[in-house]
Design a protein around this ligand. Structure first.
Ligand code: C2O
Ligand code: CU
Ligand code: CU
Length: 442
């Protein structure tokens, strides 16, 4: 059909933006120049800390998700700048190989800027990983997954609330999945092993991924790099901002067409060639050591709620972290090089993907609790045993699913950089509507 092109934004004119190929120990300077138009092409129905008065409609700042960087290069939400301005950021790249991604993080308008297209992949490699002989080069491919709502006329559509008491939409689930910015693209592969770096960059949708032909994924990495060993998985579920690196072996599928699917919907088609040269890649039995953080080594245990409130003044519902708003004083202030555990008491009816900047963490457990006791007396009473993480959740993470009715507990060491960072829900509609808090490493 003949449809007019829809506007989109991108990095360097691309959606998704160009992939950064970086190496551990090789620092990087990036100048992020805001060359966007001065008006948004998406409807700005509601923007806290934003639009109107003294705030420009278009503002942007880039954050590399999962990167350990100095605070002044992290893309702090209030460090946004307007079209015509730029920021020079320094990335030490002193961290383990991992699939990171970069995206806009401007205060109050991240959901629209990312939805418009401001995302890309950022890969960190290192020598240890290289020694493993995993599929590499043109057999190592980022697959950036998201979904969008396309209107009948093919135009990108962002949902607008029709409820005056709730001027923002709580979620934005698309009607079409995109892989690397395309609708159901195909990819010609050799009948060999491939490393696919799955990245969910959607506003609120999760992906429930399978392969056709009863093919399994061998998951080798999660958010912050390699797992201790490859895990065979029939399906992979990714919440927004989560990543999974998988190895898929097409060697028995020569001449076939294999689909990557979300539920029953095709996202990407692999067309497997019939002939090939020898595959020299290997999939070792062990990948790397992932020493568990001992929660007993933590100097502080913080307990924070995830909750939603209706403003008494009849204002819109908001999602809060520990009952606080963005502008409330900083309450999380870990010391440099100290270990802490953070527990997220989810009082809402939904799971939320909770993300911390700067640090990698480990999921300790999830444990059901008595919501009524909490609401009545703020008393935390567990109603069942703690549930251990799934095997694929035993690696280093930077985003974790906090289930409803559960206390989700993580542990991390605040290594390296002092300064102000943020932690937030990675449902972008929530993040933009108060489910984000500053924290400061002292
Ligand atoms: Cu994906 Cu605050 O970041
Ligand atoms: Cu981040
Ligand atoms: Cu949320």
């Amino acid at each position: 059909r003949d449809v007019p092109p829809t506007p989109l934004w991108g990095y360097d004119g691309q959606f998704p933006g160009p992939t950064f190929e970086t190496r551990r120990g090789e620092p990087l300077l990036i100048e992020w120049a805001n060359a966007l138009p001065t008006q948004h092409f998406l409807p700005i129905d509601h923007t806290i800390h934003g639009a109107g008065k003294d705030q420009p409609e278009v503002r942007a700042v880039t954050h590399v998700h999962g990167a350990r960087v100095p605070a002044d290069a992290d893309g702090y939400p209030e460090d946004w700048y307007v079209p015509g301005r730029s920021a020079l950021y320094h990335y030490p790249n002193g961290q383990d190989a991992a699939t990171l991604w970069y995206h806009d993080h401007a205060m109050g308008i991240t959901r629209l800027n990312i939805y418009a297209g401001l995302v890309g992949a950022f890969i960190v490699r290192d020598a240890e990983e290289q020694k493993l002989g995993l599929p590499s080069g043109d057999h190592d491919i980022p697959l950036i997954l998201c979904d969008r709502l396309l209107a009948q006329d093919g135009q990108l559509y962002y949902p607008v609330s029709d409820d005056p008491s709730a001027p923002w939409v709580m979620q934005c689930n698309g009607n079409i999945p995109l892989c690397n910015g395309k609708i159901f693209p195909y990819f010609e592969v050799e009948p060999q092993r491939y490393r696919l770096r799955l990245i969910n960059v959607a506003n609120t949708s999760f992906f429930d991924l399978t392969l056709s032909h009863d093919q399994a994924f061998m998951q080798i990495a999660s958010d912050q790099g390699l797992l201790s060993k490859p895990l065979e998985r029939a399906r992979i579920e990714l919440y927004p901002a989560e990543r999974a690196d998988v190895v898929v072996d097409f060697s028995s599928l020569a001449g076939k067409t294999v689909q990557l699917r979300h539920q029953s919907q095709g996202i990407l088609e692999f067309r497997v060639r019939s002939s090939s040269q020898r595959d020299t890649s290997v999939l070792p039995a062990a990948l790397r050591d992932v020493p568990r953080i001992d929660p007993a080594s933590a100097v502080r245990h913080r307990v924070m709620t995830l909750n939603e409130i209706d403003d008494a003044n009849g204002n819109a519902m908001q999602m809060l972290l520990d009952g606080k708003r963005w502008s409330d004083p900083i309450s999380e202030n870990p010391r440099q090089n100290s270990t802490e555990t953070w527990s997220f008491v989810n009082l809402t009816g939904d799971a939320h993907p909770i993300h911390l900047h700067l640090v990698r963490f480990q999921l300790l457990d999830r444990r059901p609790f008595d919501l009524f006791a909490w609401n009545a007396r703020r008393e935390l009473i567990f109603t069942g045993p703690a549930q251990s993480p799934e095997p694929h959740e035993m690696g280093w993470k930077d985003t974790v699913r906090a289930d409803p009715g559960m206390v989700t507990r993580i542990a991390m060491r605040f290594e390296g950089e002092p300064g102000r960072y943020v932690w937030h829900c990675h449902f972008l509609e929530h993040e933009d509507n108060e489910m984000m808090r500053p924290y400061e490493v002292l």
